[in-house]
Design a protein around this ligand. Structure first.
Ligand SMILES: *Cc1c(COP(=O)(O)O)cnc(C)c1O
Length: 423
């Protein structure tokens, strides 16, 4: 039986799409290694890792096996009053991998929820200190998810703020860091945040930021010194620092976590996407004992969150297998190698009229254009060339699985060059 594209067009919403004018969708029958296999047997080299998540590629033997083994025991049980080895193993791994101070783990179902949980932790922290605060500070061009609190701290220009105006909470934004990762640090960069915090710190619960790489809000890569300065400012005013590493975590930027580029410890850390190697939805929010215990010493006496699928054993089992596989793989060499190859292959794009900028860090390659692309048209051109690359707005970007071969990576890069070179 063939995939019913007509039903899809008539009844299914895809991310950020219209029901009146649905964009074309390509039917995927399966995926293996670093390739997506379409229903008509065409193979596309995957440049997206399914939005940062599939860090090891598809149909990975170790991960398949972890799911199957767990299926034989239980797929899910409630986490209220019950516990299980997959969740305990995952918490042990996360506590060991992440910065020293992060010792208390909240496992949830998706990245946006992990951000909601982080924000709730910060609110309850100040509530418990009998000094309630309801504002957050952040930089422009950020992206933290599509649920309401997550949207409220995402870039206010993206359209989401206007759409839900009146309902969406209003927080403090300042200019995003401008100094690029490899440039000489310019201290003027921290001034907007300095000014914002100096003025409003008494009403702010926490600062939330994507360390080093701002993802869906513009694919911007900034200088680690910004994070050091931000950490110092949060310390100065006693504010919590929330690092949203949902996109950057698990090696993507060349470090296990992007915070390591600046050698800082956040007070709260959000993880997701690559956590399960892209097998299923799972996220985690970690915090320190000091923050956790402060929260629970308040009037509420508890941290007030508990999703139905909290600690889902299937997802935890595959997350454990994914982390194990990552740690036993030469991931640093792989990501460094991808970075070198991206530098080599994407540099040529800078000579193209349509291209405004190329930036690369770890296994992330970004080609920024002068004008937004015609998505349906450019998508078809990429598929014709045997690659899966999904641009948004002015940005064409690659974040392939770490297991991508040199030949596949070159195919991705030359497809971008060829498509952008077309008159
Ligand atoms: C994707 C993303 C989220 C949201 O995660 P979902 O699983 O899509 O809810 C939050 N923060 C960052 C930095 C992300 O990249």
């Amino acid at each position: 039986m063939s995939i019913d594209l007509q039903f899809d067009q008539q009844h299914l919403w895809h991310p950020y799409t219209s029901s009146l004018k649905p964009l074309p969708c390509y039917p995927v029958a399966s995926a293996e290694g670093c390739e997506l296999i379409l229903e008509d047997d065409r193979r596309l080299v995957d440049g997206m890792a399914s939005w940062w998540a599939c860090i090891h590629g598809y149909q990975v033997a170790e991960l398949d096996q972890a799911v199957q083994q767990q299926l034989g025991k239980m797929s899910h049980v409630m986490f209220g009053g019950l516990t299980h080895q997959p969740a305990i193993d995952l918490a042990k791994k996360l506590v060991a991998l992440t910065p020293e101070n992060l010792q208390q783990v909240f496992i949830s179902d998706s990245g946006s929820v992990a951000v909601e949980v982080a924000l709730k932790m910060a609110l309850q922290y100040w509530q418990a200190k009998a000094e309630p605060r309801a504002k957050f500070a952040t930089v422009r061009n950020g992206y933290h998810g599509d649920t309401f609190a997550a949207m409220s701290v995402s870039d206010p220009q993206g359209g989401m703020h206007q759409l839900y105006q009146g309902f969406l909470a209003e927080h403090y934004f300042c200019e995003a860091p401008q100094t690029r990762f490899n440039e000489t640090w310019n201290n003027a960069d921290i001034v907007p945040m300095e000014t914002l915090l100096a003025e409003h710190h008494n009403s702010i619960a926490a600062v939330i930021i994507e360390p080093i790489v701002q993802g869906a809000g513009g694919m911007r890569i900034y200088h680690p010194e910004y994070l050091k300065k931000l950490r110092a400012l949060c310390n100065k005013y006693g504010l919590l620092l929330i690092a949203d590493e949902i996109a950057t975590g698990f090696g993507r930027t060349g470090k296990m976590f992007a915070c390591e580029h600046a050698q800082i410890e956040p007070d709260i850390l959000c993880l997701g996407k690559g956590l399960t190697g892209g097998y299923m939805s799972l996220a985690a929010t970690l915090t320190s004992k000091q923050v956790a215990n402060t929260i629970c010493s308040g009037d509420a006496g508890v941290f007030m969150h508990g999703p139905t699928f909290m600690g889902n054993p299937l997802a935890c089992a595959v997350a454990n297998a994914s982390i194990e596989l990552l740690l036993t793989s030469p991931w640093q060499q792989r990501v460094a190698h991808i970075q070198a190859r991206l530098n080599q292959h994407l540099a040529a794009c800078l000579n193209l009229k349509a291209v405004a900028d190329v930036r690369i860090l770890g296994a992330i390659g970004v080609v920024e254009l002068h004008k937004a692309v015609d998505l349906a048209k450019i998508q078809a051109q990429f598929v014709e060339r045997g690659v899966w690359i999904r641009p948004f707005g002015k940005l064409i970007y690659l974040m392939p699985p770490y297991t991508i071969s040199d030949v596949q990576l070159e195919q991705l890069c030359s497809a971008i060059y060829q498509v952008m070179a077309k008159p």
